[in-house]
Design a protein around this ligand. Structure first.
Ligand SMILES: [Ca+2]
Ligand SMILES: [Ca+2]
Ligand SMILES: [Ca+2]
Length: 372
């Protein structure tokens, strides 16, 4: 699909690229307060060197203001700055039966593209999985289009190890042998385990994630993802409602999305148009993630819908409209925050849903050039 192209080049050479994701947008919060969105969502510069048909050196530097929203830049150490700015930096080597990767890479977990040039929607869904990790990885390309992969990482979304412990990942990918009547699919089952809390080697987090993507006739794409995970030591006691260090926090989440590109349309005006709809569900019964897009804590269920219309004005510029609606509530008795409880709690004890609506008019500019 036009909007899920991978940035990495396929042919030998040295390349430079980048993109700018900017917006005019508003966010209507649960309090009915309206906030203008930051006009710059993300900017990236990338360099790739593909060599000897098998090797790839990749660097992607990003500026994402959201990563700096809670910090004064002057308070950050060089290591923290590097972690926020260096999105990926890796060396890859691919033989026909085996592949190796070393460095900070885009995580194998999940199905959605990390950046706006690799997915349709304005924002990646906040379902809890790692976006990137650093480490060493091996893939074995097996018969029947299977790929078995595994590696040792320093942890979720980090360039530096915050607890001197390794978080291994293993997974199995499968894709359809060839397009059958324009139908293609790929799936990915992954498992990751290791301590993720700062200076704590004892309490492990584990995550199992299953993802599927189905493409039909190069115009439609359906994505599907389901995940379940636990984080030791951060659970709650269901009776007292107090944190219980002997209990694991548990979370599960899923998303489904549908995209349609009008690239095969008769009309050249309609061809650059693509539309998409994504739904996601997150159950976070021990309030581990705090993913609601405002500063509201104590929520345990979130449902969100994202509707996207995107238009490729040129090879290097996309216009888009994106509407995201979030609904959250606290619905774990004695633990989460419940509000506006109905008079008949045994029938309807959910409290009212918190709501949040975000409207974006976005512009994405991209460039990519071969230097050598
Ligand atoms: Ca990137
Ligand atoms: Ca990025
Ligand atoms: Ca670690």
């Amino acid at each position: 699909m036009a909007h899920s192209a991978h940035a990495q080049p396929k042919e030998n050479g040295l390349y430079l690229g980048g993109f700018l994701q900017s917006a005019l947008g508003t966010h209507i919060q649960d309090s009915d307060e309206q906030k203008m969105l930051e006009s710059l969502k993300q900017a990236e510069i990338a360099a790739y060197w593909r060599f000897m048909d098998k090797g790839l050196l990749g660097f992607e530097l990003e500026y994402d203001p959201a990563k700096f929203s809670n910090h004064q830049v002057s308070d950050l150490s060089t290591a923290q700055m590097a972690n926020k700015i260096l999105e990926v930096a890796y060396l890859e080597w691919k033989e026909s039966f085996i592949g190796l990767r070393l460095g900070k890479v885009v995580s194998d977990v999940g199905v959605e593209g990390l950046d706006i040039i690799e997915r349709l929607a304005w924002e990646k869904s906040p379902v809890p999985n790692p976006n990137t990790y650093s480490g060493a990885f091996v893939s074995a390309y097996l018969p029947w289009n299977l790929e078995l992969y595994g590696g040792a990482t320093l942890g979720w979304d980090t360039l530096w190890n915050k607890n001197d412990a390794i978080s291994p990942i293993v997974g199995l990918k499968h894709k359809s042998p060839q397009e059958r009547a324009g139908l293609a699919y790929h799936s990915n089952l992954s498992f990751m385990i290791g301590p993720e809390q700062r200076d704590n080697k004892e309490d492990h987090r584990w995550l199992v994630d299953y993802s599927v993507g189905i493409n039909m006739g190069e115009t439609s794409e359906v994505l599907f993802e389901l995940l379940y995970g636990q984080e030791a030591g951060l659970g709650y006691d269901g009776q007292s409602g107090a944190p219980d260090p002997n209990k694991a926090a548990a979370f599960w989440a899923g998303l489904t999305s549908f995209e349609y590109a009008f690239s095969q349309s008769q009309s050249s005006i309609v061809q650059p148009l693509a539309i998409g709809q994504r739904l996601e569900y997150i159950r976070d019964k021990d309030m581990l993630w705090g993913w609601f897009p405002e500063d509201i804590s104590g929520l345990t269920t979130q449902i969100a819908s994202t509707t996207t219309i995107r238009y490729r004005l040129h090879d290097w510029i996309d216009l888009m409209l994106d509407y995201r609606a979030d609904f959250g509530r606290g619905d774990v008795q004695n633990v989460s925050i419940l509000r506006n409880i109905d008079a008949f709690p045994e029938v309807w004890n959910m409290g009212q849903w918190y709501q949040s609506h975000q409207f974006v008019f976005g512009v994405v500019g991209l460039f990519s050039t071969r230097i050598n």
